[in-house]
Design a binder for this molecule. Structure first.
Ligand code: SF4
Ligand code: WCC
Ligand code: FE2
Length: 630
């Protein structure tokens, strides 16, 4: 990769140059030192599950070790490694979900955490057959929380929220025996079955992976999203800005990075506290400028319009601006390199979660029982650091773009209902969306999600793919770092309509939306599942038959493997732009990219060129339309 092309994003290029000049190490430098990745690891044929090994299977058929010492074949080793990635990803999302429900359990009308969206809580309670009439909303909240906490470890039955899926989907899951039971149970089952001397059959391992991944998408993640909405409000469309240009020269800059809104919501409140704003002024700043990074950014921008500093590969670059007083993190996607990097500047790198302590960071544990006070202490730490900013080291690139964000399923439906009210039929808010798809005004819909990865030129995979799709009248919904790439590139501005095809442009004008909708953080992919299910039920066709596709063009984390697997298991074809470590097994590749279609009606596609991938997606969409006769 040439040094000139690490990113599509100009701010990244500029700050990378600064890093080079100042001899400060970044993720791209470490990638270079790593040289070529280990061929065994890359193909998934290295096993270190027991101490008879580690064993590596020769990638050449018939030459060298073809089996592990226990006799495990490449197929088994690759499938076990894949399954463990799914388990890791599902664990991360679901444990996040669990924490949010714990917060709901302790919510109190006089406390820091309150029920903000009572209507959504009532709806969920009804769904769970919990009495709501004549009851204090906090009693209802506690009962809902208790029931959802049981979803993680209940001994019998299957997950409650899979009932939201269309009947045709549930039937497929039942027949394949991949209806997820309790969330922790699915993760534990994978860890058990992949232990030395357990499952020795690739197909069975992929089946288990599907069930575990479904317990993430339709379980942990869906719970995380729903209860975050209950506690902090269901997002509605609002305006924001994205990219490192949102940092301010004359303000206390705080970067919020990580995932769980329990922390970030309190930091948002703390940063608005008049006493702390005064304190910021007393140290010579004009005020406090709170900005977000990765999924935390998505959570707070969707609910408060907090500006987006950047996505995964920009976390180091934010520090490199020299203008950040504190990076406050909780869990997931946080590079430990931030410790040494912040030492080159005045930046305080503050960890807050016992689940993600990082040696060398300032650890200020966030106490939920004392949430606001705790958040204020953390913000105070940032403010007091303003005086240490070394002006000569500051460089803030000016690039940023405007974006409209906040498209929860509820707000999409609202927006559609508004349009419908001016029409005749206002029976179902899904109708106009379904009509646009069946009439062909929109050819289909695509969910583009996932990370950045230094193997890919930053944002290139996301942006090229999205542009190609919208130009061909495919509406795009996004989450995670993909959403941030789109926001930075201006694709979430209503202005971006001009890049859309004729049909999509008309829809955007009529409904007053951008062609690319920000649906939230990575756990919020569950919003996409709910939306697609609604369309499937309305049209009475299974999800796998809809002209809907998914992609993770620059994925890197285990969470993305879990996401991809549950999206495919839900019946949506999914394109991966980074090759997963499975190519050492013909059988596993065949299951993922071929046989899964017979099982769940969808499969994985692996295509590193985002434009080619988009062409395949468009082709697949047209095939589905033809089969539906639309
Ligand atoms: Fe080797 Fe089998 Fe042990 Fe894996 S489980 S390290 S393949 S002996
Ligand atoms: Ni979700 Fe990927 Fe971003 Fe992390 S925040 S880097 S998993 S997309
Ligand atoms: Fe995330």
């Amino acid at each position: 990769m040439s040094e000139k092309t690490i990113s599509l994003d100009l701010t990244t290029e500029k700050l990378y140059k600064k890093a080079k000049e100042e001899k400060i190490e970044t993720v791209w430098d470490r990638k270079k030192i790593m040289k070529a990745p280990c061929g065994f690891g890359e193909k998934g044929i290295c096993c270190r599950l027991c101490s008879m090994g580690p064993c590596r299977i020769s990638p050449v058929k018939g030459k060298g070790a073809q089996k592990g010492i226990c006799g495990a074949t490449a197929d088994v080793i690759v499938a076990r490694n894949f399954a463990r990635m799914v388990a890791g990803g599902a664990a991360a999302h679901s444990d996040h979900g669990r924490d949010i429900v714990h917060t709901l359990y302790m919510a109190d009308k006089d406390g820091n955490y309150k029920v903000k969206d009572e209507e959504k809580l009532r709806k969920i309670a009804n769904e769970l057959e919990i009495q709501t009439e004549n009851r204090d909303i906090y009693d209802v909240a506690r009962e809902v929380a208790e029931m959802l906490l049981n979803e993680f470890g209940k001994p019998f039955g299957t997950l409650e929220f899979i009932e939201r899926a269309p009947e045709s989907r549930k039937k497929i899951w039942k027949e394949l025996n991949i209806e997820p039971r309790a969330i922790d149970r699915e993760i534990a089952t994978i860890m058990h079955s992949t232990h030395m001397g357990c499952t020795g059959d690739a197909e069975s391992l992929i089946n288990m992976s599907m069930r575990t991944a479904l317990s993430d998408g339709w379980g942990g993640s869906m719970i995380g999203t729903d209860i975050s909405d209950v506690l902090f409000g269901t997002p509605v469309p609002r305006e924001t800005e994205a990219n490192l240009g949102v940092l301010k020269d004359n303000m206390v800059n705080i970067v919020l990075h990580g995932h769980e809104p329990t922390l970030s919501e309190m930091i948002v409140l703390a940063a608005e506290d008049p006493e702390l704003v005064e304190l910021a002024k007393s140290v010579g700043a004009e005020g406090i400028n709170l900005v977000g990074m990765c999924c935390t950014a998505n959570e707070v921008t969707m609910r408060h319009g907090v500006k987006i500093a950047g996505n995964f590969l920009q976390q180091e670059l934010a520090v490199l601006t020299g203008a950040v007083e504190a990076v406050i993190v909780d869990v997931q996607c946080i590079m430990p390199s931030l410790v040494t990097l912040s030492e080159c500047f005045h930046t305080k790198f503050i960890t807050t979660s016992p689940k993600a302590r990082i040696k060398g960071a300032t650890h200020l544990e966030f106490e939920e029982e004392n949430a606001l006070e705790s958040a204020k202490n953390i913000v105070r730490e940032a403010i007091e650091n303003y005086k240490n900013r070394q002006r000569e080291k500051v460089f803030i690139p000016q690039e940023k773009n405007h974006a409209t964000v906040g498209y929860s399923v509820e707000s999409i439906k609202n927006q559609l209902t508004r349009v419908m009210n001016s029409n005749v039929d206002n029976s179902n808010p899904i109708k106009p969306l379904a009509d646009c798809i069946t009439s062909g005004v929109l050819r289909g819909a695509a969910g583009i999600v996932g990370c950045n990865n230094p193997k890919v030129k930053q944002d290139y995979g996301h942006i090229e793919m999205i542009k190609k799709l919208i130009a061909n009248d495919v509406i795009v919904v996004t989450t995670g770092c993909s959403a941030q790439a789109a926001a930075k590139a201006g694709l979430m501005s209503k202005d971006a309509r001009k890049l859309a095809g004729e049909g999509l442009r008309r829809v955007c004008e009529l409904v007053d939306i951008p062609p690319v909708l920000h649906m939230g953080s990575c756990v919020d992919i569950s919003r996409i599942l709910n939306l697609v299910s609604d369309v499937s039920k309305y049209l009475n066709v299974d999800i796998s038959k809809l002209p809907v596709v998914g992609a993770a063009p620059e994925w890197m984390s285990e969470k993305a493997v879990s996401i991809g697997t549950y999206v495919v298991s839900t019946g949506i074809d999914t394109w991966l732009g980074v090759v997963p470590p499975v190519t050492g097994s013909e059988e596993v590749v065949d299951i993922l990219t071929n046989r899964m279609e017979d099982m769940v009606g969808a499969k994985f596609y692996i295509e590193q060129d985002p434009i080619k991938a988009a062409e395949q997606m468009l082709q697949r969409i047209e095939e589905k339309r033809e089969k539906l006769g639309i």
